[in-house]
Design a protein around this ligand. Structure first.
Ligand code: NDP
Ligand code: OXD
Length: 312
């Protein structure tokens, strides 16, 4: 039996599609009548405290999200393997977000917006893509795809990950020892790290001060569509104010929804979106997890299992 436990999304819609994809395999929602001991798989998003109560025969926890940082903090998380969402549709949506924001900043959008507001005809030529170095933090599923999209547009691409990730055409850096060298050649910093104890708060004043200066007119830029826990928002406000950062694109926040009194809302060169960079699409999600359940029931191993000791 598959149990759905989804908050803030259309659980009924997901259940209907799962029933169609898995029939005659039983699929239940929280409010249905079922025996918790029959549940083999639970599909979750923002699970409540009692989500896992009585599920003594669980084979896997299936995460609607690609990121599992919040799930790993659940106080009653069972010992079963956790499978995260890895999907082409989600990946391409994230690359769309990254490309849109990187090209916006490379073309000096903030400068021309300000000129327009002042009715000023200030001819100034943005650098070519090849003169702009994009540094991607996190070279996993999302980072690797974003890198390929940016390379195809002619950007200089560099990346930083925990272990070395050699990718043709990308200058690769790894580990804490190479972080400063990575930052020192980066004009636009794109964060695609998972949120773990090691990466929490990594987007801070110290990091911003090490980015390359003189590459992009107006200063280096931060693009963060990963997690709000990566960023120190007070440091971003300060850096945008004193020119350490020329601009920022933020999709995620320390507190979501972003509180109405956050100073970030009022900063012209801070581009805010409400955690919409890449959604887990229903069709894609059902097809992915239905295949995983069928394969596992047929005796095959689970795929994309989270390594709890690494935190991602
Ligand atoms: P992956 O697990 O595939 O990749 C993670 C990458 O980060 C790997 O390259 C890993 O290094 C690197 N990494 C992890 N810890 C460290 C560290 N301490 N130092 C340096 N590098 C590190 O994740 P995905 O690409 O699938 O997703 C990334 C994140 O994007 C998710 O965790 C989620 O939070 C976020 N996300 C946001 C969405 C949105 O709508 N805003 C949508 C989907 C995801 P190594 O390769 O060496 O293991
Ligand atoms: C995810 C997200 O992790 O939407 O999938 O943030």
């Amino acid at each position: 039996m598959l149990l759905l436990h989804l908050s803030d999304v259309d659980e009924a819609g997901w259940a209907e599609k799962f029933r169609a994809a898995l029939a005659p395999y039983p699929v239940v929602r929280r409010d249905d009548a079922y025996d918790p001991k029959d549940v083999r798989y639970i599909f979750v998003w923002k699970p409540k405290a009692d989500a896992f109560d009585g599920l003594d025969n669980l084979k896997a926890v299936l995460s609607l999200g690609a990121g599992v940082d919040a799930l790993l903090k659940h106080p009653n998380l069972p010992d079963a393997p956790i499978v995260r969402f890895v999907d082409y549709d989600l990946t391409r949506r994230m690359s769309d977000y990254v490309v849109a924001n990187v090209t916006m900043h490379q073309r000096l959008y903030s400068r021309f917006q300000a000129d327009q507001a002042a009715r000023r005809w200030g001819q100034f030529y943005p650098p070519a893509a090849r003169q702009t170095a994009v540094g991607i933090m996190g070279m996993g599923v999302l980072g690797q795809d974003a890198a390929q999209c940016l390379l195809a547009l002619g950007f200089e691409v560099r990346c930083w990950s925990r272990t070395q990730k050699p990718v043709q055409g990308v200058e690769a850096f790894a580990g804490a020892g190479e972080f400063d060298a990575f930052l020192g050649g980066t004009d636009i910093l794109v964060n695609l790290l998972p949120l773990t104890p090691d990466t929490a708060g990594i987007l801070n004043s110290d990091t911003f001060s090490k980015l390359r200066r003189g590459g992009l007119d107006g200063g280096p830029v931060l693009v963060n569509p990963a997690r709000g826990g990566h960023q120190r928002e007070a440091d971003i406000v300060k850096a945008l104010g004193d020119g350490t950062l020329g601009a920022a694109s933020l999709d995620v926040f320390e507190v979501e929804p972003l509180p109405a009194d956050s100073p970030l809302w009022d900063i012209a060169n801070c581009y805010i979106t409400p955690h919409i960079a890449a959604i887990s699409n229903e069709e894609a999600g059902v097809s992915y997890y239905a295949a995983i359940i069928k394969a596992h029931e047929a005796g095959k191993p689970l795929i994309n299992v989270v390594d709890r000791s690494r935190g991602y």
